[in-house]
Design a protein around this ligand. Structure first.
Ligand code: GAR
Length: 210
C-alpha cells in the first residue's frame, strides 16, 4: 500500500437506528465532531417512531433522516424489507442500534453479520434479552440488588442481546438510586463513552478490510 492510500479511503457509511430521545445518537454526533469517531460517518438516522426526539437531533446535525413505522408496514417482513431498501439505497455499511426498541428477526440480522451493533444498558449477560429494555433494565437491576451495573456494546445476531461483546463499562449502584437516577448515571458514565469508542473500533476494522 502506498503512503496516504489508507487516508484516501472513504469513511464507513453508518446508519443509526433510534426510537426515542436519542442521547446515544447525540453522543455519536458529538464524538464524530470531536474526532473520536473518524473512520465512519453517520449518513442516515432511521426511526421506527415518527415522534422520536432523536430525529430532531439528527436534523439539527444535518443528517438525513427516515421514518419506518412497523404499524404502517403491517408486518415484520414488510418493515424489515423497507429498512433493507433504505440501507441499500444509502450504501450503508454499518448499522448502530442506539435505543432502537424493536427486535430485528434473523432474516434481517443474518444479512449483516458483524455489521450491526447495539448498546444495552447493563453488563450482559445480566438483565438482558426479551423484555429488558430502557428503564426496565434498571428496575430489574435495583430489584435484584446488584451493586455494580453498567453498559455493553455488542454485535447483533439472531439472539436478542446475545451477539459477541465488543466493549463493556461498569458503573456503581448507589444507595437510594431510583431507576431514573441509575439510568442517567449509566448513560453518562458508560453508554455515551463506550458506544462512540466501539463504533470507531468496528468502523476502523471495516475500513482496513475495504
Ligand atoms: C439507552 O439507555 C439504551 O441503552 C437503551 O435505551 C436507552 C435509549 O436512550 N437501549 C435498550 O434498552 C436496548 N435494549 P436514548 O434514546 O437516549 O439513546
Amino acid at each position: 500500500m502506498k503512503n496516504g492510500e489508507a487516508m484516501s479511503k472513504e469513511k464507513i457509511k453508518i446508519a443509526v437506528f433510534v426510537s426515542g430521545g436519542g442521547t446515544n445518537l447525540q453522543a455519536l454526533i458529538d464524538k464524530q465532531k470531536s474526532g473520536v469517531v473518524s473512520s465512519g460517518e453517520i449518513s442516515l438516522v432511521v426511526s421506527n417512531n415518527p415522534d422520536a426526539f432523536a430525529l430532531e437531533r439528527a436534523k439539527k446535525a444535518g443528517i438525513k433522516t427516515a421514518v419506518v413505522s412497523k404499524k404502517e408496514c403491517g408486518s415484520q417482513e414488510k418493515f424489515e424489507d423497507m429498512l433493507i431498501d433504505l440501507l441499500e439505497e444509502n450504501g450503508i455499511e454499518l448499522i448502530v442500534l442506539a435505543g432502537f426498541m424493536s427486535i430485528l428477526s434473523e432474516r434481517f440480522t443474518s444479512k449483516y453479520p458483524k455489521r450491526i451493533i447495539n448498546i444495552h444498558p447493563s453488563l450482559i449477560p445480566s438483565f438482558c434479552g426479551k423484555g429488558f429494555y430502557g428503564l426496565h433494565v434498571h428496575e430489574a437491576a435495583l430489584e435484584y440488588g446488584v451493586k455494580i451495573t453498567g453498559a455493553t456494546v455488542h454485535f447483533v445476531n439472531e439472539i436478542p442481546d446475545g451477539g459477541e461483546i465488543i466493549m463493556q463499562k461498569a458503573v456503581e449502584v448507589e444507595d437510594g438510586d431510583t431507576p431514573e437516577v441509575l439510568q442517567k448515571r449509566v448513560m453518562i458514565n458508560a453508554e455515551w463513552i463506550i458506544l462512540p469508542q466501539a463504533v470507531e473500533k468496528v468502523s476502523k476494522s471495516l475500513l482496513e478490510k475495504k
